[in-house]
Design a protein around this ligand. Structure first.
Ligand code: ZN
Length: 65
């Protein structure tokens, strides 16, 4: 697993923190322990998106880098 971001970064730490948490859907309560967040960077911010496999509700979390 290589990174083009120059090693361990805030980006990697945020992802590790999110992936380390069980995800419980706010809509249906489904707990997804297998999935992972999809990261989208826009320069100064990073968005992590995750879709509930049960009801399809998308959850988005934004962080500043
Ligand atoms: Zn759901």
């Amino acid at each position: 697993m290589s990174s083009s971001y120059g090693g361990t970064s805030a980006f990697d730490r945020l992802r590790a923190r999110l992936d380390g948490q069980a995800y419980a859907c706010e809509e249906c309560g489904y707990v997804d322990e297998e999935g992972s967040w999809e990261a989208v960077t826009t320069g100064a911010t990073v968005e992590y998106r995750r879709e509930c496999p049960s009801c399809g509700t998308e959850r988005v979390r934004k962080f500043r880098l």
